[in-house]
Ligand binder design. Structure first.
Ligand SMILES: *Cc1c(COP(=O)(O)O)cnc(C)c1O
Length: 376
């Protein structure tokens, strides 16, 4: 059996090696390492794939979120509503810009921000909502957009874990996550569903005026060369990453199918086990399974994590400490917030290996080891 990894970017590379190697060598020959034509080509192709008007490439997903908040002109003290149950990047940039993160509860089934909790947290200082499509499952965007409209708030989607995910509205129409809010942000970190061979990120919007501001903000606030109108930052996707991403974009749908096959296998293997809750798939979201995360009941979760490691089966706890309990947010007295669903999930989630290159032998081994521990 091939060794089991959380993600196997190496085998994925080997399957597209010839094309990737040639494209990278071409960039080296052209020596247009920054802002080469392939960067714009990739941005255009990604816009077409997502059905969005503007794609602004940048250096990573964290920058994408920061640039989004800067371009919206959010001011120190403005409140931004965000889930506590997410990767730290989502909430860190809020504090970095001297905005106030307001942590709210997630839905216990989808692990995504709860629209009811959002509405309760709105004050006169609230300016934006940052839903996260956690693990590859969409947040309830239709409700979130309705709340935003009613209260005149911006919505910035953190789509770092859900690129390619289809959201279905109640009228049956579909949109890709990351293109529904005022701005969408994503990451091309190597382990993400569309991963580069280094860092990368992108920002999406359908708003022409916002697109200009986002581009300016990502490029030293520059309106034309050497004329800087606003304070921005320097955040670029390099050309080598763009050509690699452009090749992988053509495979993204097939990568999603491969991930969903793994999820289906796990679902079947764990079906009916009272101690395991397999990932919920809401009817409005096409799950793209960035992570396959179980919710355990009456199981020593950390014991399982340890047992699997001894069997050479990696597993991960995403995330062991929720945002509101992180020391960095002590200044906001965040830990005093009562978020029972978030705390409950934090103690019970465990993510199993999922990627595009898994075989049945590996899946059989993983599921049998999980069940061996759980049923002992
Ligand atoms: C990965 C990730 C980010 C940050 O992306 P980087 O490219 O690592 O900066 C932000 N939010 C979520 C939910 C992520 O998973």
């Amino acid at each position: 059996m091939r060794s089991i990894q959380m993600v196997d970017t190496r085998t994925q590379y080997h399957n597209i090696k010839d094309e990737v190697d040639k494209a990278v060598i071409d960039v080296m020959e052209s020596s247009a390492f920054i802002n080469g034509k392939p960067v714009q080509d990739f941005a255009n192709n990604l816009s077409l794939y997502l059905g969005v008007k503007h794609t602004i490439p940048c250096a990573n997903g964290t920058d994408a979120l920061q640039i989004a908040m800067m371009a919206l002109g959010l001011q120190p003290g403005d409140e931004v509503i965000t889930p506590s149950f997410t990767y730290i990047a989502t909430t860190e940039v809020i504090a970095l810009l001297k905005l106030k993160p307001v942590f709210v509860e997630v839905d216990s089934k989808t692990f995504c921000i709860d629209p009811v909790a959002i509405e309760k947290a709105i004050t006169s200082k609230t300016k934006a909502i940052v839903p996260v499509h956690l693990y590859g499952h969409a947040a309830k965007m239709e409700e979130i957009m309705a709340i935003a409209k009613k209260h005149n708030l911006y919505v910035i989607e953190d789509n770092a874990q859900a690129i390619g995910c289809d959201y279905t509205f109640t009228d049956g129409s579909k949109k890709k996550t990351g293109t529904i809010g005022h701005i969408g942000c994503t990451s091309f970190y190597p382990s993400k569903n569309l991963g580069a061979f280094g860092d990368g990120g992108a920002i999406f919007t359908n708003d022409d005026e916002l697109a200009v501001k986002l581009k300016m903000t990502a490029n030293h606030g520059q309106s034309k060369r050497y004329y800087h109108d606003v304070v921005g930052c320097n955040s670029r996707l390099d050309t080598i990453q763009a050509v690699i991403l452009d090749i992988k974009l053509k495979h993204l749908d097939e990568y999603i199918v491969a991930r969903r096959k793994v999820a289906d296998y796990y679902d079947k293997a764990f079906a009916g086990n009272k101690k395991i809750q397999t990932p919920y798939r809401a009817p409005y979201s096409h799950h793209v399974f960035h992570q396959y995360t179980l919710l355990l009941e009456g199981v020593d979760r950390d014991g399982l994590n340890q047992f699997l490691a001894e069997q050479q089966v990696p597993s991960m706890i995403y995330y062991p400490v929720p945002g509101h309990k992180q020391k960095m947010f002590a200044q906001f007295n965040a830990a005093s917030q009562v978020l029972p669903v978030t705390d409950w999930l934090t103690e019970r989630v465990i993510s199993l290996p999922i990627h595009t290159e898994m075989d049945e032998e590996q899946l059989l081994f993983i599921t049998s080891k999980v069940l061996e521990y759980i049923n002992k």
